[in-house]
Design a protein around this ligand. Structure first.
Ligand code: 13P
Ligand code: MG
Ligand code: MG
Length: 377
């Protein structure tokens, strides 16, 4: 029996020809550091991929959530990749490293972080095997996971498992964070299904409220979901790139199955993000290691499924969930949805809310225009 932590830490530290993808050299640097750290015993295992211009490191270790060494290791990987991006003249080198040197964890310093600690015990009655999936999204805010997580954990129309699995029927505790609150974490915990409409009220505003974690009510200490729910504009005070959230979701047994968890992504739900982080576009499910190359930076999400052995190893083989023919029809539909929506340009809801835009340069233009307004007598 072992306590193992799965940590996903992701950052944009430079990309080729604009906000498209990191270079192969940057990725190799991070992969080499991960290998080294496995050999040194800091990590049990690790996996590196990119989604659009963000590099994601998935790690297993025994140091718990928010561990200084693990977070510093990821930070140093991103610093080294930044130096390579600078050398090659890539765009936005070091973009998400918003503080000079984070003291402990990198949460609140720019990178997106999702972590869960769990017991890995092959003799366990409930969880002799560990299956989990990692979502990595680019060109969108942390509220991007609200719709799919709400659908999977509270609506049997999307997740028949809520009816079929007595352990899931016990419900879930969902923690939602108020991302507008800048001084510490302001959170609310809602028991589902009893408080499902209260959850819906919060989910309506994904720019402000995001699901941060979900726990089982069948075994309350079991955490199922962790989402990186921090806003970069709160750290930097202005627009410095989109938050591009990651989510870690444990699956199967007493938790939803992967096929249930990915179902809502067929919709291509509208999220805030894409070009300059200032528009509203549908979220496109893509294979891992996909570059952003579409008009207006269609927001992307990748999904990788892993199994972990008793020693914490998981990276040898994996399933690229959205890199499958099953998703081709969804992609075509979503691209058409985006193209149609784009025809409206900047007018009204195709651009982000004014609250979001208040971190961009449009406020300067509005301030100037204010001076010319007069009230007609
Ligand atoms: P990233 O946050 O992925 O760098 O995207 C920022 C952007 O402004 C794209 O137009
Ligand atoms: Mg970028
Ligand atoms: Mg990005």
């Amino acid at each position: 029996m072992r306590k193992i932590t799965a940590s996903v830490i992701k950052a944009d530290v430079g990309s080729i020809g604009g906000h498209t993808k990191p270079s192969e050299k940057m990725l190799r640097i991070v992969q080499d550091r991960v290998k080294e750290s496995i050999n040194k015993g800091l990590l049990l295992d690790g996996f590196v991929s990119h989604t659009g211009d963000d590099i994601a490191i998935v790690m297993s270790h025994e140091r718990g959530v928010g561990n200084r060494e693990i977070h510093q290791f990821a930070w140093n990987c991103f610093l080294e990749a930044t130096r390579e991006a600078q050398r090659a003249g890539l765009y936005g080198a070091g973009q998400d490293l918003l503080v000079d040197a984070p003291a402990g964890t990198v949460r609140g310093a720019g990178p997106a972080v999702a972590e869960i600690e769990f017991t890995r015990d092959p003799q366990s009655k409930e969880r002799p095997a560990e299956a989990f999936i990692v979502f990595t999204a680019d060109k969108c805010g942390p509220g991007a996971y609200n719709y799919p997580l709400y659908a999977v954990f509270s609506d049997p129309m999307h997740d028949g498992g809520l009816l079929l699995n007595p352990k899931m029927r016990k419900g879930f505790s969902i923690t939602v964070i108020d991302m507008d609150h800048k001084d510490g974490d302001r959170v609310i915990k809602l028991e589902i299904p009893e408080r499902v409409w209260d959850l819906a009220v919060l989910m309506q505003n994904p720019d402000r409220f995001a699901i941060e974690s979900i726990h089982s009510r069948y075994v309350p200490e079991e955490q199922i979901v962790s989402v990186s729910a921090t806003r970069l504009h709160n750290i930097a005070g202005k627009y410095t790139g989109k938050d591009d959230p990651v989510a870690l979701v444990r699956t199967q047994g007493m938790f939803p199955a992967p096929e249930e968890i990915v179902e809502p992504f067929t919709l291509g739900h509208f999220v805030t993000g894409d070009a300059r982080g200032s528009h509203v576009m549908p979220l496109m499910p893509v294979a891992i290691n996909t570059a952003v190359a579409g008009p207006y930076c269609l927001p992307l999400v990748a999904c990788v499924a892993f199994s972990m052995d008793a020693a914490g190893k998981f990276s040898e083989e994996y399933v690229d969930m959205f890199g499958n023919v099953a998703w081709d029809a969804a992609r075509l539909k979503i691209q058409k949805k985006a193209d149609e929506w784009r025809r409206q340009g900047f007018i009204g809801p195709t651009m982000a809310s004014h609250q979001e835009l208040s971190y961009t340069g449009i406020v300067d233009a509005l301030r100037e225009l204010e001076k010319e307004f007069e009230v007609r007598k």
